[in-house]
Design a binder for this molecule. Structure first.
Ligand SMILES: [Zn+2]
Length: 147
């Protein structure tokens, strides 16, 4: 089971997204800005960039990507694993990240925006996967009992 996913389609000018836990400015007008300890993954569809910022999630992601790569080879993909990563769309990377993030404390935001103008030109979607409990090594309740 994957993490919770929230899709926000603003259909307006690019918006800002702050970390829901600490308030760090992750995206400003749709452009990546800061990183915080709660952010596990981010991506932008317009530039195609994506990044895993958490080591544990990266290991889970790589295992899932290896599995998908083998499936792609069976279906006729002839590139290397690096080619597979290089051609992976940000939406697919976000989907994989959400799939392997099974902690109940994780949540994926998918924010779509567009320009104001004739035809409502699409500006893309940005993604941010957060963990509300990231950085806590142990439960405070148990650490207070032990000491
Ligand atoms: Zn944060």
């Amino acid at each position: 089971m994957s993490c919770q996913r929230i899709d926000l389609d603003f259909s307006s000018e690019p918006v800002d997204l702050h970390c829901p836990v600490c308030g760090a400015l992750i995206f400003l007008a749709g452009e990546k800005q800061e990183t915080c300890r709660h952010l596990l993954f981010w991506a932008e569809s317009e530039s195609g960039e994506w990044e895993l910022t958490d080591k544990t999630l990266q290991l889970l992601f790589e295992a899932r990507a290896q599995h998908l790569y083998k499936g792609a080879i069976d279906k006729g993909f002839y590139g290397s694993l690096d080619d597979f990563y290089a051609t992976m769309k940000s939406s697919k990377a976000a989907e994989i990240s959400a799939t392997v993030s099974t902690a109940k404390s994780t949540i994926l935001f998918c924010v779509s925006t567009s320009d104001i103008g004739c035809g409502g030109m699409h500006n893309g979607t940005f993604y941010a996967l957060f963990d509300y409990l990231s950085g806590r090594e142990q439960c405070r309740l148990f650490s207070s009992i032990e000491s």
